[in-house]
Design a protein around this ligand. Structure first.
Ligand code: SF4
Length: 437
C-alpha cells in the first residue's frame, strides 16, 4: 500500500503516522512531498522512517501547497524541497528503495524535454524506481519505457492507473488537477457510456491498461482510487478474462473502447508553440555567460578577488551588508534575484531558479500544462530553459548537473561569499564564511 503526503489537504495525517495503523506484514511505500519543507525536515523524516522500518519511499516535489504564500504580503515565501535533492539525501542516508515520479504526458516540445532532462537527474541522484503520473495516453507510456531502454537505465518503471469514471474525470477537469490530462474526447466517451449504462467499462479499461503496461515491460502498476474490495474483485476479474490476449489485440480493444480515431484522442488541443527561444533570450544568455566567465572564472578576476577579499575589511558586518545589497541591486532587476545566498545561475543558463514559484533549480515539477506553470501566471521557466539549452547547445548542463538545495541559514546572505570561500579559504565550509563575516 502507498501512503500519500498531503494530497487532499495541507493538514492530512502524516504518512508515517498513518502507516502505524497497519500491520508490519503489509509492505508500504511512503510518499514524501517537498511542499513547505526544507532539507532539515527531510533528514528528520528519514530518521523516523528508518526507525519505523520503512524501506520504500516515493520522493516528490509536490503540487502547489493549498496555503502557498508568494511572500509578497510580508509572510515568508513557501519553499519546496526538490525531489532531486531529496533523492540525493536519501541515497546518502542509505537503506531505502527510492522511488521518483515522472510525468510523460507532456505535449509541448520544451516541457517534454524538460521532464526527460530532469528524469536523467533523478536517476543520476540515485532513484531506484520510477512511477509515472496518472495518464491514459499509451503512446506517452511507450516513450517513457523506450527512454529507459535507450539509455540503458536499469530502473524499474511502474505506471499509475486509475479506473476513470465520468465523475472522477469531471472532478479532475473542474479542479485542474496538476499534470493530469483529460481531453474533451475522453469526457464525451465517458458521458455516452454512462448514459448507455456501461459503467463496468471503467474497470475493463483499467484492466486493459494494466495488461498493456505489462506487455510494454513495465514492472508493475500503481493502482489509485480502487479501495473497495468489490472494485478490486471486478478489476481482477477483467484482468483474468483478457490476460490471454496479445499486445495488438489489447490495444485494438483499448482503442475501440476509447473510440480512438486519431492519435490526438488523449492530447490536449495544441496552441501555437514557439520552438525557438527569442533572439533577446539568446543575447541575454550570451551576455551573461561572458560576464560570468569574466567576473568569476577568469584568472584576472580570481587574482583581483583574492586580493580584495583577503582584506580584514570584509570581516565587518557593514561590509557584508554592502556586498549583499550590491549583489541584489545588480541582479534583481535583470534576473529576479532574491538573495538566496547560493547563486546557481551558472548551472541554470542564467535563469534564476527563484523566478519559479516553487524555487526549483533542477528542473520542472510535473504540474505544467503546455508550457504554462502550475500557478497559471507565467510560462514555466524550465520550458524556457530547455528551449534555450537546445539553441545554445547546453542541454548537457540541464541533464547532468545536480544542483544542491539552499539551506535556510544561507538565504538572505550574499552568494558572492561563495566566491570568497573558493578564493581565500579553499575547501573550508561555506557556513564558516557566513558566520565569519
Ligand atoms: S540563484 Fe540565488 S543568488 Fe543567483 S540570481 Fe537567483 S536568487 Fe540571486
Amino acid at each position: 500500500m502507498t501512503l500519500a503526503d498531503r494530497v487532499h489537504s495541507d493538514h492530512d495525517i502524516a504518512p508515517l503516522e498513518a502507516s502505524q495503523h497497519y500491520p508490519d506484514s503489509v509492505d508500504k511505500v511512503l510518499h514524501f512531498s517537498g511542499k513547505g519543507r526544507d532539507i532539515q525536515d527531510f533528514d528528520v523524516f528519514l530518521q523516523q522512517a528508518k526507525s519505523a522500518n520503512i524501506q520504500n519511499l516515493l520522493l516528490l516535489t509536490g503540487d502547489k501547497l493549498k496555503e502557498h504564500h508568494h511572500g509578497r504580503d510580508g509572510a515568508p515565501r513557501t519553499r519546496y524541497l526538490e525531489s532531486v535533492n531529496a533523492v540525493m539525501a536519501a541515497k546518502q542516508h542509505g537503506g531505502f528503495q527510492i522511488g521518483v515520479a515522472f510525468n510523460p504526458f507532456k505535449y509541448a516540445e520544451a516541457e517534454r524535454d524538460a521532464q526527460y532532462l530532469k528524469l536523467h537527474k533523478k536517476i543520476k541522484a540515485g532513484a531506484d524506481f520510477i512511477i509515472t503520473q496518472l495518464g491514459y495516453d499509451i503512446e506517452a507510456l511507450k516513450q517513457a519505457k523506450s527512454f529507459l531502454t535507450h539509455h540503458h537505465y536499469p530502473q524499474k518503471i511502474l505506471a499509475c492507473v486509475m479506473p476513470l469514471s465520468l465523475e472522477r474525470a469531471r472532478f479532475m477537469v473542474k479542479h485542474k488537477v496538476a499534470g493530469i490530462v483529460i481531453t474533451p474526447h475522453m469526457l464525451k466517451v465517458l458521458e455516452n457510456e454512462k448514459l448507455a449504462g456501461f459503467t463496468d467499462r471503467v474497470y475493463l479499461r483499467c484492466a486493459l491498461q494494466i495488461l498493456i503496461c505489462k506487455y510494454l515491460g513495465f514492472a508493475g502498476i500503481h493502482l489509485s482510487a480502487c479501495h473497495k474490495p468489490e472494485e478490486q474483485i471486478l478489476l481482477e476479474s477483467y484482468v483474468e478474462e483478457y490476460r490471454h490476449l496479445e499486445l495488438d489485440a489489447l490495444e485494438l480493444l483499448w482503442n475501440s473502447l476509447w473510440q480512438v480515431k486519431t492519435s490526438k484522442a488523449f492530447m490536449p488541443e495544441l496552441p501555437y508553440f514557439s520552438r525557438q527561444p527569442t533572439s533577446s533570450q539568446i543575447i541575454k544568455y550570451q551576455h551573461l555567460h561572458l560576464m560570468h566567465d569574466a567576473l568569476f572564472e577568469s584568472k584576472i578576476a580570481k587574482g583581483i578577488g583574492k586580493f580584495i577579499f583577503k582584506a580584514n575589511f570584509w570581516d565587518k558586518s557593514a561590509a557584508a551588508n554592502a556586498l549583499l545589497k550590491t549583489e541584489f541591486v545588480s541582479k534583481h532587476g535583470v534576473l529576479g534575484c532574491e538573495s538566496c545566498g547560493q547563486c546557481r545561475l551558472g548551472d541554470t543558463l542564467y535563469i534564476c531558479p527563484e523566478t519559479c514559484p516553487k524555487g526549483l533549480a533542477n528542473g520542472p515539477c510535473g504540474g505544467t500544462t503546455l508550457d504554462r506553470c502550475e500557478f497559471g501566471d507565467r510560462e514555466c521557466i524550465h520550458s524556457v530553459k530547455a528551449r534555450l539549452a537546445k539553441a545554445v547547445e547546453q542541454t548537457q548542463v540541464l541533464k547532468e548537473k545536480l544542483i544542491p538545495t539552499v539551506p535556510i541559514e544561507v538565504r538572505g546572505t550574499s552568494s558572492w561569499n561563495q566566491f570568497v570561500e573558493k578564493l581565500v579559504f579553499g575547501d573550508r565550509s561555506l557556513s564558516f564564511i557566513i558566520h565569519g563575516i
